[in-house]
Write a protein that binds this ligand. Structure first.
Ligand SMILES: Cc1cc2nc3c(=O)[nH]c(=O)nc-3n(C[C@H](O)[C@H](O)[C@H](O)COP(=O)(O)OP(=O)(O)OC[C@H]3O[C@@H](n4cnc5c(N)ncnc54)[C@H](O)[C@@H]3O)c2cc1C
Length: 466
């Protein structure tokens, strides 16, 4: 993006912001904003935060609007942040300006009749799961860190485990309230399952990583709570057997909520990291399959069908977890593979290919690992064709080699009809790779859209667009 003239008169800005949200909610001391200067991106690649930042915590959409009007008139950069669990540096404030946290806007109302939640952007994923559960409803997706906020989940179009059956964030969001960088408050969609009124700006905003507008509220579709849910852990000696079973399971009609692929070395490391023990010690490769249904009989029938498919693909002893405690424990350990590996990691990729091409992708990743003598642990959301390949630190690895390897993996994914990111987004880390995936025309249209929403380029500059 072209550079703009930004104007940061800190002293007056603090005074004006205090007039909007109250002095208590304008933080200028660096030591009190440390955790807002980074997200969960591995240290080696995470962008450096700027100096001269002001952290502001509004309590209403009107306050957000006043902050953005002020920032627009002064051409001051604004960085919307959620739970700072992102993995591509999208929430890091890279220019002097305002960090905007909506954590005080965290109310959730459940509309049981329409099976929808109306959630403010600062509510967390944990809050939403709990509120739905208390109303006997269910919010299926589970991007690993429950500290993520509604605004962040929508701005990144998060996916995670349990997206196989009902899809990713974009499939749940039915309405949004947003504030444009110039301060106007806009409502989009509603408690509607059908809406064809004009261009769908709401879907454009979902996944826009804080670059087009600030999300303040969302209407989110919920599902009836499953009467019965089980988790299977299916061990295989060979990766190819595990991956061959996946498209067969998808075709069987016993549609699982999640089909996760893990390898024994990393899943056991995640368990140790949490002082837990992984319950299935057999096999090099394992599938974790979550099934739900309206009765125990229905779910057990699905289990039987899936077990048959897995056994025909050489699965060993299948473990069935039925209690919610055991199933939560399994999901928690799975969600912590990243956290366990992170200290030794340079980057986590989230390439996505058509599900039936996952095996080919993994074979190609193995060849790349061999060529560079690298350890590239991989696991992922197998039912979605979404693979997390980790580039780890070791004696052969430096940032330049990591970049080269990453580009090779991206090229392979694209050649298989895939994309460079299926979950985490572009943020600041993937901008340099965007031209591999998108045409010049595509990027040009994106830049024009950005200009329409944000004529002064104040909102999350340095992100998504080259
Ligand atoms: C252990 C772990 C596991 C994870 N597993 C998954 C996974 O399985 N699937 C997956 O998809 N992701 C996963 N993630 C990544 C991350 O949790 C998601 O990207 C999540 O959606 C980010 O939400 P957040 O609130 O933390 O956003 P942040 O990291 O704070 O911000 C992310 C982006 O959203 C923007 N943003 C935040 N709030 C707003 C708002 N109110 N309005 C406009 N823009 C806003 C920011 O500017 C930034 O661009 C994982 C992360 C961790 C640490």
């Amino acid at each position: 993006m072209a550079e703009y003239e930004w104007n940061l008169d800190l002293e007056n800005l603090v005074k004006d912001l205090s007039g909007i949200v109250g002095e208590k909610w304008v933080i200028t001391q660096r030591e009190f904003m440390e955790s807002y200067l980074r997200d969960e991106t591995p240290d080696a690649l995470r962008p450096k935060p700027a100096e001269n930042l002001i952290l502001v915590k509004p309590s209403s959409s009107e306050e957000v609007s006043a902050i953005l009007k002020l920032a627009s008139s002064r051409k001051t950069p604004v960085f919307p942040v959620g739970g700072r669990t992102g993995l591509v540096g999208a929430a890091v404030p890279t220019k002097p300006g305002i960090i905007l946290s909506l954590e005080r806007m965290n109310k959730i109302e459940i509309d049981g009749e329409n099976m929808m939640a109306v959630a403010e952007a600062g509510a967390t994923l944990a809050d939403l799961i709990k509120a739905a559960d208390e109303a006997n409803l269910f919010f299926p997706p589970h991007p690993g860190d429950e500290g993520a906020q509604i605004g962040g989940l929508i701005a990144t179009n998060a996916g995670g485990s349990r997206a196989v059956k009902y899809g990713v964030m974009r499939n749940y969001v039915k309405g949004l309230e947003v504030v444009l960088p110039t301060g106007e408050i806009m409502s989009l969609g509603g408690k509607l399952l059908k809406n064809n009124t004009g261009y769908d700006l709401m879907q454009l905003i979902i996944g826009s990583e804080g670059t087009l507008c600030v999300i303040t509220k969302a209407i989110i579709k919920l599902f009836p709570k499953s009467k019965s849910m089980v988790t299977l852990i299916v061990p295989f000696n060979k990766r190819s057997d595990a991956l061959k079973a996946v498209p067969e399971i998808l075709r069987s009609g016993a549609m699982p909520l999640a089909i996760e692929y893990v390898q024994i070395r990393e899943i056991e490391e995640a368990a140790r990291h949490l002082n837990e023990k992984w319950p299935v010690e057999k096999g090099f490769a394992q599938l974790i399959i979550i099934l739900d249904g309206t009765s125990q009989e229905e779910v057990l029938l699905k289990c039987e069908e899936i077990s048959k498919i897995c056994e025909a693909n050489n699965a060993m002893d299948i473990m069935l977890a039925e209690t919610s405690e055991e199933q939560d424990r399994i999901l928690r350990i799975r969600s912590n593979i990243y956290t366990a590996l992170k200290p030794r990691m340079i980057d986590i990729l989230d390439v996505t290919v058509p599900p039936s091409s996952l095996e080919k992708l993994m074979d190609e990743v193995d060849s790349i690992a061999k060529k560079y003598e690298a350890y590239l642990p991989a696991y992922g959301h197998a039912g979605d064709g979404n693979l997390h390949v980790h580039i780890m630190k070791d004696e052969h690895m430096n940032l330049k080699t990591a970049e080269k390897m990453k580009e090779e993996i991206y090229r392979v994914a694209i050649a298989l009809g895939g994309v460079i990111t299926g979950e985490h987004g572009v943020g600041s880390l993937r901008i340099k790779n965007l031209s591999l995936a998108l045409s010049k025309k595509h990027v040009e249209i994106m830049k024009r859209i950005k200009k329409i929403f944000d004529p002064n380029n104040i909102l999350n500059p340095d992100k998504v667009l080259p």
